[in-house]
Design a protein. Structure first.
Length: 276
């Protein structure tokens, strides 16, 4: 017995004329390349529209669960809050497409073009993605993204974003992920040391600075290495902590503010986004 196609709906009730057209289109060969309103009606009627041209389409709140959209041209389409759980979007063009708060649980996005796509607050739990597929997409605040799918640069930059938002614990977590991905990246050790210092984790911060100093030594950057060791020593000296806590002009309380001042441009560099 043939399984029925997925139920696909948009907000609102379609007209009788649209339903008749949908039935007629659903009976036509799938290989045809559909575009414009015909492609939209076919998609909503059958849930299958491979290679359809749906650029700039308004599909807000569309129910497209399990839809077959392989190779579809959906660039600049608005799929905000759409239900796309289990949909096959393999090879689809989703460049500059809005998928804000869309549900993509278990969706197949392998081979899809995602440059410029807006995936903020989307649910990507269980979604299939190519390695580094999100490199040029706006995925921050999305749910369910496996960190294994993110590059070192994306992990580090997520830490930078968390730092800029004043979320030191989250920043520390992202920098830790970046370090696990690329342990020789001295800048991430410095960034994590700063985020730990902001939380009063002075000993852990000092350890990060010392390890970063070792990495810079291996790179022939002896002055930077010395700067980091001085910062680590400053963090672990009780007298220096007390003096820093009573100092004026520091934007952070305790030794962390003094250490940021001591690191100067190095701290600024560590907390800027890096190229992907």
């Amino acid at each position: 017995m043939r399984r029925p196609g997925p139920r696909l709906t948009l907000m609102g009730r379609p007209s009788r004329g649209a339903l008749r057209l949908a039935v007629a289109l659903a009976l036509l060969p799938m290989e045809a390349a559909w575009a414009g309103p015909e492609a939209l009606v076919r998609l909503l009627a059958s849930g299958r529209c491979r290679g359809c041209h749906l650029s700039d389409a308004d599909l807000v709140l569309a129910n497209l669960r399990d839809a077959d959209l392989r190779g579809a041209q959906l660039q600049r389409a608005n799929l905000s809050q759409a239900q796309l759980d289990g949909a096959n979007l393999g090879g689809a063009n989703l460049q500059f497409t809005s998928l804000v708060a869309a549900s993509l649980r278990g969706a197949d996005l392998r081979g899809a073009l995602l440059a410029g796509s807006d995936l903020r607050q989307a649910d990507l739990t269980g979604a299939l993605l190519d390695q580094n597929a999100l490199a040029n997409a706006h995925w921050q605040q999305a749910k369910g993204i496996a960190k294994a799918q993110l590059s070192y640069g994306q992990l580090h930059n997520a830490g930078v974003q968390a730092h800029q938002a004043g979320e030191a614990p989250a920043a520390e977590s992202w920098f830790s992920d970046a370090i696990r991905r690329q342990p020789e990246a001295a800048v991430s050790w410095v960034a994590r040391g700063i985020s730990r210092g902001q939380q009063g984790k002075d000993d852990l911060a000092a350890n990060d600075f010392r390890y970063a100093a070792t990495l810079y030594d291996h790179q022939g950057e002896a002055p930077i290495a010395k700067q980091l060791r001085d910062a680590a020593n400053r963090l672990t000296q009780p007298a220096a902590k007390e003096a820093s806590a009573n100092g004026m002009g520091s934007q952070f309380l305790g030794a962390a503010g003094a250490v940021l001042q001591l690191l100067g441009p190095l701290a600024v560099k560590a907390l800027l986004p890096i190229g992907l």
